[in-house]
Design a protein around this ligand. Structure first.
Ligand code: KIV
Ligand code: NA
Length: 269
């Protein structure tokens, strides 16, 4: 099976309708990618690796090296899904030229197909600059975690009419600039529905609406690796409990010297 392509993702939406919703999850490691790849259309190497992998308090400290290394691992672990890499905070906001250099580095070092960046109208010129030079861009509007210091937290966006209008306008500006798809995160549902109806490109929701053209979640969140997750996360598994149980058993077997057992031992001839 050949790897999906960015144009094929865009082509899922025909005359404003997506019959086959886009399935997207984050992935950060090769083995994780192997497991998710057959069931997904897009693997996102999210800068959420800040919290998920590195125990950082926000995505602000993430570097290009971190993104490139994890993206390379995810590309090595997948052969079907389109791999999209988040541009880290500080690598693209200053100018279209800075953004191009950062994005080119990410794609060259990882083999990923596209980048994602946060921000609306203010980033439209940058999105156009990248797309015209061969770098597909996925947009990200609504709750944009890299703006946590401006927004003051991770609460849902678009509760006022003015903010709702701004978010839909941001998405339209990104589409006009050439974004092939747009993530809308943490918004009141009518905004996501309006956006999905107005845009020709796929709108991928997270904390948005089931009516979007696709969905994305942070994989460790949906697998139940964390106790506390945002309201919009559905836990499909309880991996934290599974891991805790396994480690507890291992610890007690080590302490009572019942591990290693006969099956794990090498015997002399
Ligand atoms: O970094 C991330 O995981 C993301 C998704 C939640 C959209 O940007
Ligand atoms: Na992100």
């Amino acid at each position: 099976m050949r790897r999906l392509t960015v144009p094929k993702i865009g082509a899922r939406k025909v005359d404003g309708v997506t019959h086959d919703p886009i399935v997207m999850l984050t992935a950060y490691t090769a083995r994780q990618a192997q497991l998710l790849d057959p069931h997904c259309d897009i693997l996102l190497v999210g800068d959420s690796l800040a919290q998920v992998i590195y125990g950082l308090p926000s995505t602000i400290p993430v570097t290009l090296d971190m993104m490139a290394n994890h993206a390379a691992a995810v590309v090595r672990g997948s052969y079907h899904s389109v791999v999209v890499v988040d541009m880290p905070f500080g690598a693209y906001e200053a100018s279209p030229r800075a953004a191009f250099e950062a994005a080119a580095r990410l794609l060259k070092e990882s083999g990923a197909a596209a980048v994602k960046l946060e921000g609306g109208e203010a980033m439209a010129q940058t999105v156009a600059f990248l797309v015209q030079r061969g770098i597909p861009v996925m947009g990200h509007v609504g709750l944009t975690p890299q703006a946590v210091n401006v927004l003051g937290g991770y609460g849902a966006r678009g509760r006022s009419d003015a903010e709702a209008e701004k978010i839909v306008g941001d998405a339209l500006a990104l589409e006009q600039a050439g974004a092939f798809a747009i993530v809308v995160e943490g918004v009141v549902e009518p905004i996501a529905v309006e956006m999905t109806g107005k845009l020709g490109c796929p709108v991928i929701g997270i904390g948005a609406s089931a009516k979007c053209d696709g969905q994305v979640l942070v994989v460790d969140d949906m697998l139940g690796m964390f106790e506390r997750v945002p309201r919009f996360v559905k836990k499909y598994e309880g991996l934290a409990d599974t891991i805790t149980a396994a480690v507890k058993t291992y610890a007690s077997e080590v302490r009572e010297r019942s591990f290693p057992g006969p099956d794990q031992l090498y015997r002399p001839k």
